[in-house]
Design a protein around this ligand. Sequence first.
Ligand SMILES: [Mg+2]
Ligand SMILES: [Zn+2]
Length: 183
Amino acid sequence: MAHKIVILDRDGVINFDSAQFIKSPDEWKPIPGSVEAIAKLKQNGYRVVVATNQSGVGRGLFDMDTLNKIHAKMHKTVVDGGGQIDAIFYCPHAADSKCDCRKPKPGMFKRISETLNVELNGVPAIGDSLRDLQACVVLGCQPMLVRTGKGEKTKADGNLPDGTLEFADLAAAVEHILGKAKK
Ligand SMILES: [Mg+2]
Ligand SMILES: [Zn+2]
């Protein structure tokens, strides 16, 4: 059985995305149901890890201090809702950088596996962009697409990794994960 870990993309999965980037704590607004879904994961013994591309740092749109403040707001919002985010992995590099961590590259997922000292085989990974799913399947995660954020467009564009599951939103994906775990 897979470890009780769920890996989440951030923008378009936990919070509303913006084509202008999420550049301040004020712009970080949770998608309805996402905070409650994370709380349910914690209540059922799951660790929740976020893996997020944040190229706005590399592009100079916001700095690390601001990213930390945005994540502090996310942590507080989730804790206030009864949940917990155990770790956040981010790629701060610009799209044209040669880093190994910007999704669809699998570097963040490798780092999650190394840091938590777990195999990610079968671990659910939830994203709204094709690159989230492409990155996660390299480590054997179960790709899950949500239709929030860029999800509708991602679905329409097709070419999803084999075995990708689709859900309306994070709340629905978590219901599926917990329902399956009880069987
Ligand atoms: Mg996203
Ligand atoms: Zn990177």
